[in-house]
Ligand binder design. Structure first.
Ligand SMILES: [Ca+2]
Ligand SMILES: [Ca+2]
Length: 281
């Protein structure tokens, strides 16, 4: 069994974002599952293995804790650091650079902290609170996220793509030089917070995509965006992109299939022409 039992989890806030780290470790994000968990910055909690990012293969100590819920984690191919989305309540969704042993603060703080909230976070041995790298005051329900390090998408090497469910938007963030945060051109977003009503043109890359659930780079280096809302998978490719021609097949029967296909198509075309000729003008 790869994933160990989740103790008494609910059917919501169970996250499920997964990623494979640079060393091959498989990580799983699990939300608070609506429970009074041990890892949610309460003085006391009852349930283990919720509100955390857990190395499941091989198993290890919680990579991060204090999460409300996350639908997406991904590794920066350049720095090999983990990034993740986190879903807030009525306010504040987050994007985090997820340092090892990070405490994201839930449920004492969601979004940027303040002194009062920080004072309420109990200390966990080895785990340290870290501020979000970006947050939306008005929730957009961020989900999957992906860096694009590929030849076809080379112009986006410094970008992080983030999908959202509520807004049906694909967001694109520009990494800063150290790749430990984002660079913004607009004064409104420079504080790392999309406050209510602030323009987000700078980070809006694609719209009307329905509830996006996942964003991944395929083996062909293109970006794939899965939409639950549209029941579709979208693909981001450069204008005029032509898929590489597949290597020649070794299967000797293939030309026969192709020939049969061509013959079939020819017959179908002839049939259509015949039908057209027969139909009244
Ligand atoms: Ca946080
Ligand atoms: Ca702002």
């Amino acid at each position: 069994m790869l994933v160990r039992d989740m103790n008494l989890t609910q059917t919501y806030h169970n996250g499920g974002g997964m990623a494979v780290g640079p060393d091959g470790t498989v990580y799983l994000a699990v939300g608070d599952a609506g429970r009074y968990g041990l890892l949610q910055n309460h003085d006391r909690g009852f349930y283990p293995d919720t509100s955390a990012i857990i190395p499941v293969a091989p198993e290890g100590p919680y990579y991060a804790m204090g999460l409300r819920n996350s639908f997406g984690i991904a590794f920066d191919p350049f720095t090999e650091t983990m990034w993740g989305t986190e879903n807030g309540d009525d306010s504040s969704d987050e994007i985090n650079l997820v340092y090892p042993y990070m405490n994201s603060g839930w449920n004492m703080v969601m979004g940027p902290s303040n002194a009062t909230a920080l004072a309420r976070i109990p200390g966990y041995q080895n785990y340290t609170y870290s501020e979000p790298e970006f947050s939306w005051e008005q929730p957009v329900a961020p989900t999957g996220l992906s860096f694009a390090r590929s030849e076809p998408l080379a112009k986006f090497a410094d970008s992080l793509f983030v999908g959202a469910c509520n807004t049906g938007t694909l967001y694109k963030f520009t990494m800063n030089e150290r790749r430990d945060g984002f660079a913004f051109a607009s004064a409104e977003l420079a504080d790392g917070v999309a406050d209510r009503g602030e323009p987000m043109d700078e980070i809006v890359f694609g719209t009307n995509l329905g509830c996006i659930t996942d964003v991944e780079v395929g083996p062909d280096g293109l970006l794939y965006i899965a939409s639950f809302g549209k029941g579709s998978i979208f693909r981001l490719a450069p204008a005029g992109y032509a898929a590489p021609v597949p290597a020649p097949q070794q299967d000797p029967s293939l030309p026969l299939y192709l020939a049969a296909g061509v013959a079939g198509a020819a017959i179908a075309s002839a049939y259509l022409i015949m039908r057209r000729k027969k139909s009244p003008a």
